[in-house]
Ligand binder design. Structure first.
Ligand code: PHE
Length: 375
């Protein structure tokens, strides 16, 4: 080797290792975020388990772009400020090339602008609030949006439960809860249904009696509770104590084993819209349920399934991009056409996939799959 060729080989190696951030070296680093502690901790636990299984499978098949993929996971504690901190840490300190996360819309809305500004492609597995992907062209999601979910809930209440009037109780400090309440109201009224009472409660409340008293007095045929499982369980108990005997309908936030543990008999005659059901008989679903259960000792909920799917969507995009450059991954994400456990994913112009919803009934303390609703 001629001396100058030797020098330039060293210079090239130095250049290669100084750029590319999380893709330099032997592995490609991807950030993962979920609320493993805080007000809805089962969401984060499931999300992390779903992501870990997906990473294991990709690495067993040789990783991506000839390298192993490394999940750098962070807990956002269900808190928007903490969410902003961990998005920044993953990007600046860990130098991840992409982020899968986070779960709760109010936290994702705090993190997405940080990923967008840094041009780090991001996919939230489960944040359904419309505004999330409106943040910018680097922000994608693996789930349907609140307008669809609220419509499905309202249609189910009106058509299947034959409700002519509805009461709504929602969290004024939770973008997801507010968004679903609004969409349910619009659709229900559009059908000719009446909103008998519509009450907001402050975030962090544990006593909902003032709002529920007004709602119960208005005698609605159905009570819509678009909230996270801890609040839902307490609201259900207090509504029953105040004499409400009718059905309750909610959204994906009900999906936690804690719902029936805390709510007990009060959450019976409860129905919620969700992304997926482990009772879905399609082979792709049953294969996944089997693998996940063998590893984690319990069947995957929607959080676990969508987190697993979101990792597949992101890694598939990196593979097709052929490099870990943010803009290249973003463009590859836009061209996604991938079959994952929860369905076939293609993104519309707003970076949202078009997907179906399922309706689940709480019966005898278990989740019973009722039906699938297509967009
Ligand atoms: N959709 C909820 C949100 O946007 C999060 C969630 C998804 C919770 C799925 C439970 C199950 O905040």
């Amino acid at each position: 080797m001629k001396p100058y060729a030797f020098v330039s080989a060293i210079a090239l190696a130095a250049l290669l290792s100084s750029c590319g951030g999380g893709s330099a070296g032997k592995e490609i680093k991807i950030g993962g975020i979920g609320p493993v502690t805080g007000e809805a901790a089962t969401y984060g636990v499931s999300t992390k388990q779903g992501m870990e299984l997906a990473f294991e499978e990709w690495n067993a098949k040789g990783g991506v772009l000839g390298k192993q993929v490394k999940l750098v996971f962070a807990d956002d504690k269900g808190d928007p400020a903490e969410g902003a901190t961990v998005y920044t840490k993953l990007i600046q300190q860990d130098k991840v090339v992409a982020i899968v996360g986070t779960v709760m819309s109010k936290v994702t809305l705090a993190g997405a602008p940080i990923a967008q500004a840094a041009k780090i492609p991001m996919i939230t597995p489960t944040s359904t609030n419309e505004k999330v992907t409106q943040t910018g062209d680097f922000i994608y999601r693996a789930c349907y949006i609140d307008s669809f979910e609220g419509n499905v809930g309202a249609k189910f209440a009106f058509d299947d439960l034959k409700a002519k009037s509805a009461g709504i109780i929602f969290d004024v400090g939770n973008d997801y809860s507010k968004g679903l309440a609004e969409n349910f109201k619009n659709t229900f009224e559009g059908f000719g249904g009446k909103i008998a009472a519509n009450e907001g409660h402050p975030s962090g409340a544990t006593d909902f009696k003032a709002q529920l008293t007004k709602i119960v007095q208005a005698k609605p045929d159905v009570l819509y509770v678009p909230d996270y499982y801890n609040d839902v369980a307490l609201i259900a108990k207090q509504a029953r104590e105040l004499g409400y005997k009718g059905p309750m309908v909610g959204g994906d936030g009900w999906d936690s084993p804690e719902l029936v543990k805390i709510g007990g008999a009060a959450v019976e005659n409860g129905f919620f819209t969700n992304h997926y059901s482990a009772a879905d008989s399609r082979p792709v679903v049953q294969d996944f349920v089997k693998k996940f259960t063998a590893k984690n000792g319990a069947a995957p909920d929607a959080l676990a399934t969508l987190a697993y799917d979101a990792v597949y969507i992101m890694l598939d995009a990196i593979k097709r991009a052929g490099k870990t450059d943010g803009a290249a991954i973003r463009d590859a994400l836009a061209a996604t056409d991938l079959g994952v456990v929860s369905g076939q994913v293609k993104f519309d112009a707003n970076r949202n996939p078009v997907k179906s919803a399922v309706i689940i009934e709480i019966k005898g303390g278990a989740q019973v799959y009722k039906t699938t609703v297509n967009p």
